[in-house]
Write a protein that binds this ligand. Structure first.
Ligand SMILES: *[C@@H]1O[C@H](CO)[C@@H](O)[C@H](O)[C@H]1NC(C)=O
Ligand SMILES: *[C@@H]1O[C@H](CO)[C@@H](O)[C@H](O)[C@H]1NC(C)=O
Ligand SMILES: *[C@@H]1O[C@H](CO)[C@@H](O)[C@H](O)[C@H]1NC(C)=O
Ligand SMILES: *[C@@H]1O[C@H](CO)[C@@H](O)[C@H](O)[C@H]1NC(C)=O
Ligand SMILES: *[C@@H]1O[C@H](CO)[C@@H](O)[C@H](O)[C@H]1NC(C)=O
Ligand SMILES: *[C@@H]1O[C@H](CO)[C@@H](O)[C@H](O)[C@H]1NC(C)=O
Ligand SMILES: *[C@@H]1O[C@H](CO)[C@@H](O)[C@H](O)[C@H]1NC(C)=O
Ligand SMILES: *[C@@H]1O[C@H](CO)[C@@H](O)[C@H](O)[C@H]1NC(C)=O
Ligand SMILES: *[C@@H]1O[C@H](CO)[C@@H](O)[C@H](O)[C@H]1NC(C)=O
Length: 449
């Protein structure tokens, strides 16, 4: 990195500040000592303060769901009408409160772990109970013809759908839709398959990973970057560069974040790596943060952003890769026609939005952002928002889908997974980082004179 005198001074100050967080003491030290101290304290290794925050998130993480209720079910079922949707929510769950498991420090400067999945209902932050009933898409009926494309099998499936009295829509409680229910149609299928189904089934008691991330011990610029996921660097869902596990998990980034950087992170929920770009400064509890938001370009069609070519795997909905805003993740969901988008089809093409009624996207409510403290690289506030949809297609042999007029994307629910640094942690942060930077800058100036 080319650096004039000024730049050196600034980095000195910033490094001092990082030292201040981890060491708690401010000593004017030479570059050599600073480098050594950072190598010791800012890395993710048992014993450092960075490690404590890394093991369990420093604040409560909530996942809030808004589920789409179909307001005109009989018109949809009998005439294949455009569904009229109304969101119900939030139904709030606390997530990510268990520490990472099977943590192993490897000899190559990485650390590996499993992330336990757990969700606990928070009635006080929800509009109703988990027993609230919603009319929504029948997951099994819609997914079956996509998974089993053979006509003969579809004829068989049709008899079981009919004998179980399943339709294209169903009534389910919030708990069932999210975490799983025994599906009457799948229960009739005489192949050995799990008849339980749900948007996030199975969740509780399962694990995400194995993750292997750089600790930063050998190269501080790699801190928290994922080296491999499930022992691989590629996901095998996409072609080319789209398939890479590229970045951190979003909870933190290598220190000294600059505005012109692209912050890359991987999200197993959407089966891909994605990125945030600088959007502005935000203050949270007296701490100045850089907001990095996932830009519209990340969901643009390859016709507009060439690099997105490998995320376009569906020819029908994207109209030969000319439409934007939905991501076909069926390769990552055992062939089920799951499509991910931003909530309310934010940034998606008009025609996708117009296939359903009742959505109204807006950036403020529906975008995804990470507010990162630039010196340490810690994410101190975030809102990851996404919508889960299914592709509904006419299937001639399946009577329950015979009224469907054309393929379209049917929204099931959207969610906001968010957290903000707690009051106590924020105070510690103010005292030991932001407050100290000013002091160091001043004392550095004095030293210069
Ligand atoms: C950290 O090290 C201590 C002492 O060696 C050990 O007891 C503890 O289990 C370690 N923590 C983790 C999460 O590995
Ligand atoms: C953690 O390690 C133990 C012992 O090797 C193993 O039995 C267990 O399945 C591992 N847990 C996960 C989630 O991989
Ligand atoms: C998941 O497990 C936790 C802890 O055992 C429990 O409190 C919670 O209710 C479970 N959540 C669901 C959705 O079953
Ligand atoms: C939800 O329904 C179940 C089964 O009908 C019942 O046991 C439970 O008490 C209900 N929960 C609430 C919060 O109403
Ligand atoms: C859902 O429940 C309502 C009211 O009980 C009923 O009229 C409707 O037929 C049910 N819809 C489906 C798809 O089962
Ligand atoms: C992963 O993808 C990259 C980029 O396309 C490619 O160069 C590399 O060979 C792939 N690695 C594996 C193991 O498939
Ligand atoms: C991540 O993607 C960017 C942009 O495509 C690329 O410059 C970078 O080398 C990638 N990182 C890895 C580890 O592949
Ligand atoms: C997509 O491309 C195919 C083959 O080139 C063409 O037949 C079809 O009409 C195109 N569809 C759209 C929606 O443009
Ligand atoms: C998550 O986002 C939604 C939509 O913008 C918002 O209503 C909700 O308050 C957010 N949740 C938290 C905990 O901030």
């Amino acid at each position: 990195m080319a650096c004039n005198r000024n730049c050196g001074l600034l980095t000195g100050a910033i490094i001092g500040a990082v030292l201040a967080i981890f060491g708690g003491v401010l000593i004017p030290v030479g570059d050599h000592l600073i480098g050594k101290a950072i190598k010791k304290e800012a890395v993710i290794a048992n014993g450092t303060i960075a490690f404590q925050n890394w093991l369990v998130p420093g604040s409560s993480v909530y996942r809030q769901f808004w589920i789409f209720n179909v307001e005109n079910p009989s018109e949809v079922l009998e005439q294949g009408a455009r569904p009229k949707l109304e969101q119900r929510g939030p139904y709030t769950y606390r997530v990510r409160y268990l520490p990472k498991e099977n943590i192993t420090e490897n000899s190559d400067g990485t650390i590996s772990y499993m992330l336990p999945n757990v969700a606990r209902f928070e009635p006080d932050m929800s509009v109703g109970t988990e027993n609230d009933t919603i009319t929504c898409l029948n997951l099994a009926v819609v997914a079956a013809p996509a998974v089993y494309t053979n006509t003969f099998i579809q004829l068989l499936l049709n008899t079981w759908i009919k004998s179980s009295k399943s339709q294209m829509l169903q009534n389910r409680t919030v708990k069932e839709i999210l975490w799983g229910y025994k599906d009457p149609f799948l229960n009739k299928v005489p192949f050995p398959l799990d008849p339980v189904l749900g948007v996030f089934y199975p969740y509780n008691g399962t694990f995400d990973g194995l993750y292997r991330v750089y600790t930063g011990k050998e190269d501080i610029r790699k801190t928290a970057i994922i080296e491999s996921y499930k022992n691989k660097r590629n996901l095998s869902y996409w072609e080319g560069h789209c398939d890479l596990v590229n970045g951190t998990d979003g909870a933190s980034f290598p220190p000294f974040v600059k505005k012109d950087q692209t912050l890359r992170f991987f999200s197993s929920d959407i089966c891909r790596s994605i990125y945030g770009v600088y959007q502005g400064k935000h203050e949270v509890k007296g701490i100045s943060l850089y907001r990095f938001a996932v830009p519209r370009e990340a969901f643009a069609s390859p016709a507009e952003v060439r690099d997105n070519y490998c995320f376009c795997t569906d020819q029908i909905i994207s109209q030969n890769c000319t439409l934007a805003g939905v991501l076909d993740i069926s390769a990552c969901k055992a062939g089920r026609p799951v499509f991910i988008s931003l909530p309310h089809f934010l940034h998606a093409s008009e025609s996708i939005l117009n296939d359903v009624e009742g959505l109204s996207p807006n950036e403020e409510e529906h975008e995804t952002f990470l507010d990162v403290e630039p010196i340490t690289g810690f994410t101190l506030r975030f809102a990851k928002r996404l919508q889960v949809n299914l592709l509904v297609k006419p299937a001639p042999k399946i009577e329950a889908l015979s009224k469907v007029q054309k393929p379209y994307i049917f929204p099931l629910l959207w969610l906001n997974e968010s957290a903000v640094i707690g009051d106590e942690k924020a105070e510690m942060f103010r005292n030991k980082v932001t407050g100290r930077i000013k002091e160091i800058k001043i004392s550095n100036k004095r030293l210069q004179r």
